[in-house]
Design a protein around this ligand. Sequence first.
Ligand code: IMP
Ligand code: MG
Length: 185
Amino acid sequence: MESGEIKLDGLVFEPFLDQQTISKRIQILAEELNQYYHQQHIQLVVMLQGAQNFYEDLFPLLTFSFSTHFIKIKTYQGLHSVQPIEIPETALKSWNSELPTLIVEDIIDTGRTLWSFMEYLKQKNGRDIHIVSLLVKPEAMQLPVKCRFRGFDIGTEFVVGFGMDYNDSGRDLDSIFRLKSHNIP
Ligand code: IMP
Ligand code: MG
């Protein structure tokens, strides 16, 4: 293994985005959001568990007023996005369809999770809904999910760290690593 590389559950990952790069980008995203939501009251919906780290770094930088809701929708097994996407009936009990909503996501891959979730919110009469995602994989996207606020557009590589996991490993890493392409099973 080369220096800086790590092994998780038998797979080798290499450094991709370091802490400083991530934190600088989050500051810029926060400025964009502060301009967009200036003097509004909105609700953030944080997609657990992946988006936890992103949310924790982002929210102290936000200058507009907001409430936070957390939701957990598991859609990934190992390296692959799975169907169907189930949204727990009890989710978002205190979510208010009258207020603007900003969904906070770690990464958009096929787009299935957020596409289904947006449909769910629209059925509940949600409007003025936007997404902020730290990472987006435009080439992997299979459904038209509009992500207005985005940290980094990346390729189709599988990544871990900063909240994102591979079979529950790697979440606690402070920076982001990507799977070395030659060892995709
Ligand atoms: P999608 O439904 O395919 O867009 O996948 C969305 C969810 O799968 C994301 O919110 C992540 O939690 C997870 N996911 C997608 N790509 C990756 C990855 O490269 N590493 C870790 N988790 C991922
Ligand atoms: Mg996620």
